[in-house]
Design a protein around this ligand. Structure first.
Ligand code: ITT
Length: 192
């Protein structure tokens, strides 16, 4: 089965294809010739994920899924949350990470989680799948793997940041892996 993944983020596409495996062919927005800047104006992950799939259904009529994810830091009232990609006002991750670290300066309570919500539109029916992983924000960057806030996040029960893990290690435990695992199980059960 073919499914379009409504993302412009190549890292996310790679992670998701690796988790879902060969059983489903995941097409990107580029693959279907879509270079539109799909609106993401919601105030929750659910709203944003659904906006992505609703847009593709309206304009392309395709079975598709989209996710919205981000980092919730408890001491920052769950910011950056839905604003994770542009927390500092730009998509520059160096600046976004710097802003999180400076706002947490002197803070000892550094619990946080990554959350993903996936919206699936399959034959015009709407489904949601969620994943989250708890952890801590450290004081400075460690590691070069992954993307986004990975260098400053250590998942609970580990001593490495996501950016210090191999992609296989991250893909076994990440928020996205949990949500995509639920999506894959649903697709398997419903599509034979
Ligand atoms: P699309 O909307 O095109 O899918 P995006 O980069 O905007 O791509 P999200 O809205 O889902 O992706 O995520 C917002 C930001 O949250 C993302 O740019 C990262 O900075 C951060 N983020 C999401 N997942 C992450 C992960 O697994 N590791 C580190 N940071 C992550």
């Amino acid at each position: 089965m073919e499914l379009v993944f409504a993302t412009n983020n190549a890292h996310k596409l790679e992670e998701v294809q690796a988790i879902i495996g060969d059983r489903f062919t995941i097409k990107s927005l580029t693959d279907i010739g879509c270079s539109d800047d799909i609106p993401e104006t919601g105030v929750t992950f659910e709203e944003n994920a659904q906006q992505k799939t609703a847009y593709l259904v309206a304009h392309y009529g395709l079975n598709c899924f989209g996710d919205d994810s981000g980092l919730e830091v408890d001491a920052l009232n769950k910011e950056p949350g839905v604003y994770s990609a542009r927390y500092s006002g730009s998509r520059d991750m160096e600046k976004n990470i710097d802003l999180v670290l400076s706002r947490l300066s002197g803070e000892v309570a550094r619990t946080a989680r990554f959350r993903t919500v996936i919206s699936l539109s399959l034959n015009n029916q709407q489904y949601f799948f969620e994943g989250a992983i708890e952890g801590q924000i450290i004081h400075e960057r460690r590691g070069t793997g992954g993307f986004g806030y990975d260098p400053i996040f250590i998942p609970e029960g580990y001593d490495k940041t996501f950016a210090e893990m191999t992609s296989d290690e991250k893909n076994q435990i990440s928020h996205r892996a949990i949500a995509v695992g639920k999506l894959a199980a649903f697709l398997k059960a419903n599509q034979g």
